[in-house]
Design a protein around this ligand. Sequence first.
Ligand code: GRF
Length: 186
Amino acid sequence: MIGGRGRGSNLMSLVQEFENDPDIRATLVIAPSEGAPALEWARSQGLATAVISPKPTESYAERLASILGEVNWICLAGYLNLLPAEIIRAFPNRILNIHPALLPKFGGKGMYGLHVHEAVIAAGETRSGCSVHFVTEAYDEGEILAQTSCPVLPNDSPATLAARVLRLEHRLYPEALRIAIERSQS
Ligand code: GRF
């Protein structure tokens, strides 16, 4: 599931990582609005896509549930809304999110995009990174499954730090998905 203005770089890295994997296949990309640039890319890759607006919330859960029919795992990649509780209950420990900081620090409502990196720099952190966690009904609070870190350099701007962290994200997310799947099978 990607964001409304999503670049989709994590989506792309996940799809590419599992392209030749016999067991894991990306099948469906969901965006909250037609404007997501990554939707075009997904369509060009032959992936099914769906645009489901989070409003109004009552029908949102039903529409999501019906389209997620055959899906086993959900990866949030830039998706900013909270998922309906019904969906979280229907996929116990099968919904992952990637966050561009070392949770539990710098997470929660409003902590997305450059806001995260601004806060990390303002706090004087010397390391940042990214976290993949299970999704619950609260922002960025589920169990952390995997993390990796990088330095925050003295002359970093939010944008330079974001770029360094994003490179880590592209490696961590596929790895974390494999870990989650293996854990679910043991
Ligand atoms: C990433 O930084 C991710 O950590 C956050 O949203 C951003 C999505 O970027 N949850 P992209 O659309 O995958 O390029």
